[in-house]
Design a protein around this ligand. Structure first.
Ligand code: S3P
Length: 466
């Protein structure tokens, strides 16, 4: 590869187990391979990014729960979404992958699942663990859900507490609020629940449980988290209503019901596209077009952030007639300025925090991100991870309990150096973007965890660099 060197053999955590498509194997779990990314003198090209991670999870879940044959196009074969796919295969659902990105799921409704023979391993995927906790609490099977070291440290009470209010039978097998969870499916009652922190995973867990409950289930959020579950449930025939609440929140209700199979087209993941948007914005001599970006309005915070920072960005909506909207996005290098980021806009860009920190590191002036305490319980403590990584390559920043303050270089390259991904895909990719505008490049330890959401990331980056 031109400016990206893989250092040493990838060391797998476990043996290769997942068969995605006949004849194709995918490593099971983040591995520890190191990658060195050299500075670039510009990025140019027209690219497509892999399917949306959140939507791919949901397509498998709904296809498995629906009656009939669901076809998924554009499925992301990342480690996280494969954890969901493997979980449903273990629950007895027949899922074929006739070609890359295409799934055929033969669902037979809530009653069609069988108890898995071993614990369901959600690996690194919070979405798998939390959405399945909701769904499996409401169907007649008994199972254990566990995950990798990172996921077993992440809080589960946020879904377990409200599910217990619905009557769910869930036991923590180890520490309080942590995986593994033992779940015995039960007849749940519909409730109304106001989430303490807006979270699509909590909302989705309750809506999926509500599908099989004995009455309507309502989730009230103070700000609107990503709404892929609601859109897809409606498309699969669920009866749902949503209405705004004062102050910018939303109240979503689902009636119990049966889902009907359909075809789902998964757009490209804006959270993956964000790395290329940012790379083009900060690397002099760059101009990148990304053709298939999902632009659901609950996810487009990165576009408004880039706009407010003064980036040269253009979008052109493509009407696909699907529940989710796609756009072609063009970004060119230009001077950026620091911004304040918080509240609803931050929620709409919550997974883009690492790469927004990189944009801020090259902007003119100060960027202050606040109200972001949730980022401490993602795949890593992303506030600590970005503050530590940026400092180690020569950036100026201060970590705050609920965010970060970053002093930009006004476009000047950073020094470069060596960083550790902490097993977090988005930290690895954000630091690869930072490396493009450094004096000496960056060596990223544990970089292959990018496969969690963006298999092929380093190859694609190498393909567009000059
Ligand atoms: C996700 C929801 C978000 C996001 C995560 C994926 C989803 O988490 O950070 O990467 O697919 O529902 P929260 O719901 O915890 O905010």
């Amino acid at each position: 590869m031109k400016g990206i060197e893989r250092l040493g053999a990838l060391q797998e955590d476990k043996e290769v187990v997942t068969l995605v498509c006949p004849g194709r194997e995918t490593p099971d779990g983040p591995s520890t391979g190191a990658v060195r990314v050299e500075p670039a003198s510009g990025l140019r090209g027209v690219i497509r990014v892999p399917g949306d991670k959140s939507i791919s999870h949901r397509a498998v879940i709904m296809g498995a729960m629906a009656e009939g044959e669901t076809v998924v196009e554009g499925f992301l074969a990342g480690l996280d979404t494969l954890a969901t796919l493997d979980a449903f295969r273990a629950l007895g659902v027949n899922i074929d992958c006739p070609e890359e990105g295409r799934l055929v799921i033969r669902g037979s409704g809530a009653g069609g699942l069988r108890a898995p023979s071993a614990a369901i391993d959600a690996r690194n995927s919070g979405t798998t663990a939390r959405l399945l906790a909701g769904l499996l609490s409401s169907v007649p099977v008994e199972c254990v859900i566990t995950g990798d070291d990172s996921l077993r440290k992440r809080p589960m009470a946020r879904v377990v507490d409200p599910l217990r209010l619905m009557g769910a039978d869930i036991v923590y097998q180890g520490a309080e609020s942590r995986l593994p969870l033992r779940i015995r499916g039960a007849r749940l009652k519909g409730i109304e629940y106001a989430t303490p922190v807006p979270s699509a995973q909590v909302k989705s867990a309750l809506l999926l449980a509500g599908l099989n409950a004995d009455g309507p289930t309502t989730v009230v959020e103070t700000a609107v988290s990503r709404d892929h579950t609601e859109r897809m449930l409606r498309a699969f025939g669920a009866e749902m209503t949503a209405s705004p609440t004062p102050g910018g929140g939303e109240r979503v209700t689902i009636e119990p019901g049966v889902l009907k199979a359909r075809t789902v087209r998964v757009p490209g993941d804006i959270s993956s596209a964000a790395f290329f948007m940012a790379a083009a914005a900060v690397t002099p001599g760059s101009e990148i077009v990304i053709e298939n970006v999902g632009v659901n309005s609950t996810r487009t915070g990165i576009l408004t952030v880039l706009g407010r920072m003064g980036a040269r960005i253009g979008t052109e909506r493509e009407d696909t007639g699907e529940a989710e909207v796609e756009s072609r996005v063009e970004v060119a290098h230009g001077a950026l300025k620091g911004i304040d980021l918080n509240g609803a806009e931050l929620l709409r860009a919550i997974d883009e925090f690492p790469v927004i920190c990189v944009l801020a590191a090259f902007a003119h002036g100060t960027t202050t991100i606040s109200g972001a305490g949730e980022l401490r319980v993602k795949e890593s403590d992303r506030i600590e991870a970005m503050a530590g990584s940026l400092k180690s390559i020569g950036a100026q920043c201060v970590e705050r309990p609920d965010g970060i303050v970053i002093e930009g270089t006004s476009g000047r390259p950073l020094r470069g150096g060596r960083v550790e991904s902490r097993g977090d895909h988005r930290i690895a990719m954000a630091m690869a973007v930072a490396a493009l505008n450094t004096e000496s490049g960056i060596e990223i330890d544990g970089a292959s965890c990018a496969d969690v959401s963006f298999p092929g990331f380093f190859g694609l980056l190498d393909g567009v660099r000059r």
